[in-house]
Design a binder for this molecule. Structure first.
Ligand SMILES: Nc1ncnc2c1ncn2[C@@H]1O[C@H](COP(=O)(O)OP(=O)(O)OP(=O)(O)O)[C@@H](O)[C@H]1O
Ligand SMILES: [Mg+2]
Length: 458
């Protein structure tokens, strides 16, 4: 995003500029950008990226993904992967902690504090060369271990020329993320002038003033709504005034709009879209292999691209995270199982055994000993990396697949203890709205495929 692309948001720009100026001058800092879906958090992060790049910062980033919450420290790994060549400068215990945490060497599960220190020192080491900006988008979906480690780092930065910016979406599920205490910027609705400007810039067809005014009122200053609602709302509705004072909130309406758009696509395209929604790595080759298992030709992607829902080149990119959750939520349980089954087949068991095991478990209907055993092996690996929450989630899921399993009987699986974080749904692809009771009724598959929230391990 060009700097000029961000309409309004003066306070946000100033906060970002101040953070960057501080880091350049050797006063590190962190900022948490909060707000509802579509309000412009990622856009502010992009603004920070452009501004930082222009003033000589190195920029690294990490993005939380609903489906990654079971992969301990995957968020930290994303952020640090390209910095690991500098890890040699760290004290040996910290090098060892990072090595074990990232699965690069064996050893006992590292202490979380030690991993936090190692990450802080690694970032500081890199910032010796020049200021460093770390962007963490969709931090509400970071795995527990990453959220704790990154919040630890954000609270302890000092004179390292470091800046960290987190984007956190408001949640229906209660707020207990570990970012409390870090300076916060709340994004509210865009002002009316900016909303009009955004709508005008984005409109493909001329809109008359009544319609335009209706969209602006309806979108309630949410930029994503301003961009998306005109694409699905019927002109007759717009002109007739479909704004309902007690209607669903704006992000829900946007998600409904994406669902509406994907529901009108041909069946193979919808299934391909579902497979893409269920696979967060964004590797196009993986999606094509899964499509082959599903008997879908690559051409099936074209209608979804034309509808502006996703783009595929070497990577698979959704127009917005809400498209992913809208597509996944709208799918029937059997279709979800088909998509996960194909993704499991398409995932290399040598390279990514955990993800394969997870897809496989999501594809199961009823009891499946083999899928449960694969999950137990993933639990063992997660535990070795220090990902107790992830290990617990794997084991819990394994227990659901085979209630009488030895791991459960011999006490290796324990019932969840109360979590310091909000309960997350066990299906990793459930959306921010997964707790809407009206959506639960769609989940008519087995417990493992249901949207109902479950407790998490700490
Ligand atoms: N101030 C702005 N000016 C122009 N476009 C904007 C602005 N804010 C957001 N947008 C655009 O609106 C869309 C939604 O914004 P964005 O993706 O940043 O929302 P978000 O808060 O990150 O949502 P989510 O919680 O779902 O990740 C994007 O296409 C973005 O480029
Ligand atoms: Mg975002």
């Amino acid at each position: 995003m060009e700097l000029a692309d961000l309409l309004g948001r003066r306070t946000a720009r100033e906060a970002v500029e101040q953070l960057l100026a501080g880091a350049r001058a050797g006063h590190s800092g962190a900022l948490v950008v909060r707000g509802e879906a579509g309000i412009g958090k990622s856009a502010v992060l992009e603004y920070a990226r452009s501004a930082a790049s222009r003033s000589g910062f190195r920029v690294e980033h990490s993005v939380g993904a609903e489906s990654e919450t079971q992969f301990a420290l995957s968020g930290v790994h994303q952020l640090c992967a390209s910095l690991l060549d500098r890890a040699g400068a760290l004290p040996e215990p910290q090098q060892a902690a990072l090595g074990v945490a990232f699965g690069m060497r064996g050893g006992s599960a590292p202490d979380r504090f030690l991993v936090g220190l190692a990450v802080l020192n690694l970032l500081a080491e890199v910032a010796e060369d020049g200021p460093l900006l770390c962007l963490v988008d969709d931090a509400q979906w970071l795995d527990d271990a990453s959220a704790q480690v990154l919040a630890f780092v954000a609270r302890r930065v000092g004179a390292e020329r470091l800046a960290l910016v987190f984007a956190v979406r408001d949640s229906d599920e209660g707020e207990a993320l570990p970012f409390s205490g870090i300076p916060e910027l709340r994004l509210d609705r865009l002002g009316e002038t900016d909303a009009w400007a955004l709508l005008t810039a984005a409109s493909r067809v001329p809109l008359d003033d009544v319609v335009r005014a209706r969209i602006v009122a309806e979108a309630r200053g949410n930029p994503l709504a301003l961009l998306e609602l005109p694409r699905t709302a019927q002109p007759a509705h717009l002109a007739g005034g479909f704004e309902l004072p007690d209607g669903p909130d704006v992000p829900r309406r946007i998600e409904d709009s994406f669902q509406h758009r994907s529901a009108s696509l041909p069946a193979p395209t919808q299934l391909l879209l579902l497979a893409a929604a269920a696979e967060p790595t964004g590797e196009a080759q993986l999606l094509w292999r899964a499509a082959e298992h599903l008997g879908i030709a690559r051409e099936a992607a074209a209608p979804a691209e034309v509808a502006g829902l996703l783009e595929i080149d070497a990577r698979v990119r959704f127009r917005h995270p809400l498209v992913r959750s809208a597509v996944y939520q709208a799918a029937t349980a059997p279709d979800r199982r088909r998509a996960h089954g194909a993704l499991a087949e398409a995932t290399d068991p040598e390279v990514d055994p955990d993800r394969r095991a997870w897809h496989r478990a999501q594809a199961v209907f009823g009891v499946d000993e083999e899928a449960a055993a694969a999950l137990e092996r993933s639990a063992g690996r997660a535990q070795a990396r220090g990902g107790l929450a992830a290990a617990g989630a794997y084991l819990q899921h394994a227990a659901e697949l085979t209630p009488g399993r030895p791991a459960v009987r011999d006490g290796r699986w324990k019932p969840p203890t109360p979590s310091t974080r909000p309960a997350r749904p066990s299906s990793p692809w459930t959306s921010w709205r997964s707790q809407r009771p009206d959506r639960w009724t769609r989940c008519n598959g087995p417990a493992s495929n249901c949207c109902a929230p479950r407790s998490r391990f700490t």
